[in-house]
Write a protein that binds this ligand. Structure first.
Ligand SMILES: [Zn+2]
Length: 130
């Protein structure tokens, strides 16, 4: 059964890509409102900020990728990257762990529960901020 969980790197990449589109969308709004100069300027600046921010995020993904552990996914045999203790395969969304304590717990009901996953997520977030 596929978990509603995708690879962290993929998630960030999707976020950065959507930022580019939002940026262009906002700049397009600027073109539509070119009769009102100050509004056009605001839309252009906002759009530009979105695009600049997305390049920062892309740069950040590059940094994360070099830090992530590369492994061969046991399910689809493709190389994938793991961020933190628990992550999903970038290709088949197979949940993967590098923590021996969590190994074999995959089919534990507790592990599949939202509460438990939230707990792991929180742990990862505190790990990421370190
Ligand atoms: Zn896989």
């Amino acid at each position: 059964m596929a978990l509603n969980y995708s690879s962290k790197i993929n998630k960030i990449r999707t976020f950065a890509l959507s930022l580019v589109f939002i940026g262009f969308g906002v700049m397009y709004l600027g073109i539509l409102t070119k009769k009102i100069e100050w509004l056009m300027a605001i839309f252009f600046i906002l759009g530009l900020l979105c695009i600049v921010f997305s390049t920062v995020v892309y740069f950040w993904i590059g940094m994360l990728s070099t830090r992530a552990r590369q492994i061969i996914c046991p399910t689809c045999n493709k190389p994938t990257k793991i961020l933190g203790r628990v992550d999903a395969c970038m290709h088949c969304k197979q949940p993967l762990t590098i923590d021996k304590n969590l190994e074999g717990k995959e089919f534990d009901e507790k592990y599949n529960s939202k509460e438990y996953r939230k707990q792991i997520k929180n742990q990862n977030q505190t790990n990421d901020s370190n």
